[in-house]
Design a protein around this ligand. Structure first.
Ligand code: NDP
Length: 468
């Protein structure tokens, strides 16, 4: 019988970093990688931590190295590789032995795998390589009893927020991977809004990358303090030796994506959960990838961006607008999580979600601490209506309006910020316009409508009589 506390399959970027993190926190770990040479290179680079790491040449060796009941983390690409590894491991394991998929799985795959025989957990891990190595944010899902078994290890390796680990059980079945997908959707929108402000400063205000970097760096000491604003300042400030100019100016304007943002949009539609800022950000990445088409359209229609008078769009206006946009985007993300919990019958502690996002993950920010407090006071509330965020919106929606209107009149696309504003205006309009939609639906399909005056439902307009 082995003496290792946990096993890990997949020594790629994330797996290798997680394994070193686990060993550093004092646990014995056994590791296996499909390509054996990578295991050898990993052990050579492990330094003193190698004493707590057992490299396995075969999966059977990995299993033999573990204390029962065993726990094995999979850190391989989502999809077939996870199913292949589960199929290879299960015959070597007892029913009590736990397989933990820590990759970016689609939560529907996690639900399916959880229904198969054998103990299984799906956990979302965020923070990139540095997070995995020194403290990621860990979003746990699955049976609570299984989570509790490995929680001592997962909380020990997680990011620390003022003494509190950023690792928690967030619900049954695929809830952990669902939360991770929504995290990534919010990440897309957060990044897109920053990029839109960058575009206004570059194309509208004619500022250099370095000047723009200074603005982001300054904002990072205020309400916008966050990892993404911080790194945006650093990205904009970076120098390119080859051109002796800003690196940002030579980076191709086509954004990549691996699919988790897209899953968020698809699931939001299934749930009927409005997340327009996140959807706009995903669409913006799709449009960014159509570079040749955009170049042809610019040649056809002429360039859109027109210079903006600096007096119209001051830094303070853009800062307030970005704060408002961010509040609205997070409110949408948390609203989607609440809708999922209701629809799937999941117990999902929303304040815990905000807490595990406070450190370690890509969307970590000062605002998440306020979100955790607001959701602790009332987990059922719409985040944008919590007093602290309502204050941000009261103070910032006029700025967001100025920014979106200015961008529109100067031909600068700000889809995520514009959709956040439209969401705000729609959400605070008690008497909307869907009465017209209901009238139209009844006209062509006799779908019926409800009346405001007497509360009756299934009513039809005079066109129904004409039909009969
Ligand atoms: P890498 O590409 O760096 O590593 C992938 C690892 O999986 C390698 O060890 C590879 O082994 C192994 N692997 C690939 N296919 C198979 C297979 N069919 N069977 C067995 N092993 C296989 O990926 P990452 O470490 O970046 O990502 C791992 C997971 O973590 C993914 O789900 C990813 O989405 C997620 N993730 C990644 C983050 C990041 O910032 N990179 C952040 C958060 C989550 P081999 O050496 O033999 O090729």
């Amino acid at each position: 019988m082995g003496n290792c506390d946990i096993g890990l399959v997949g020594l790629g970027t994330m797996g290798a970093a997680l394994a070193l993190n686990i060993a550093e926190k004092g646990f014995n770990i056994a590791v296996w990688n499909r390509t054996g040479a990578k295991t050898e290179a990993f052990m050579e680079g492990a330094g003193a931590l190698a004493a707590r790491i057992t490299p396995a040449q075969e999966l059977a060796d990995l299993v033999a190295a573990l204390k029962p009941p065993r726990a094995i983390i999979l850190m391989v690409p989502a999809g077939d590789p996870v199913d292949q590894q589960i199929a290879a491991l299960r015959p070597l394991l007892g029913t009590d032995d736990l397989i933990i998929d820590a990759g970016n799985a689609n939560f529907r795959d996690t639900n399916r795998r959880m229904a198969d025989p054998g103990a299984f957990l799906g956990i979302g891990v965020s923070g990139g390589e540095a997070g995995a190595r020194h403290g990621p944010s860990i979003m746990g899902g699955g049976d609570r009893a299984h989570w509790d078994r490995v929680a001592p290890i997962l909380t020990a390796i997680a990011a620390d927020y003022h003494g509190m680990p950023c690792a928690a059980w967030l619900g049954p079945e695929g809830a952990g991977h669902f939360v991770k997908a929504v995290h990534n959707g919010i990440e897309y929108a957060d990044m897109q809004m920053i990029a839109e402000i960058y575009g206004l400063m570059r194309d509208g205000l004619g500022r250099s990358a370095n000047q723009i970097g200074d603005v982001f760096t300054r904002w990072n000491s205020g309400a916008l303090q966050s990892y993404l604003v911080e790194i945006s300042g650093q990205v904009a400030a970076a120098h390119d030796a080859a051109t002796n100019g800003p690196l940002l100016d030579v980076i191709v304007d086509a954004a990549g994506q691996k699919g988790t943002g897209r899953w968020t949009a698809i699931e939001a539609q299934h749930l009927g959960a409005p997340i327009p800022a996140i959807e706009a950000a995903i669409t913006a990445r799709n449009i960014s990838a159509r570079r040749e088409e955009r170049q042809a359209a610019e040649a056809l229609f002429g360039p859109a961006p027109k210079p903006i008078d600096a007096g119209i769009l001051q830094d303070s206006v853009m800062e307030k607008a970005l704060i408002a946009g961010k509040v609205l985007c997070y409110s949408q993300g948390f609203g989607m999580l609440a809708a999922a919990a209701r629809s799937f019958g999941w117990t999902m502690p929303l304040p815990e979600v905000a807490r595990v996002w406070r450190a370690g993950c890509i969307i970590r920010s000062a605002m998440l601490d306020d979100m955790a407090d607001a959701l602790t006071e009332d987990a059922g509330r719409t985040l944008m209506m919590a007093p602290v965020f309502a204050d941000h919106l009261r103070a910032g929606h006029a700025a967001l309006r100025t920014l979106v209107a200015t961008a529109a009149t100067h031909g600068i696309a700000v889809p995520a910020l514009a959709s956040a504003l439209a969401y705000f205006d729609a959400m605070r309009t008690a008497r909307g316009t869907a009465n017209m939609i209901q009238g139209q639906r009844d006209f062509f399909g006799l779908h019926g409508f409800a009346r405001l005056d007497d509360g009756s439902t299934g009513q039809h307009g005079p066109w129904a009589d004409a039909e009969s």
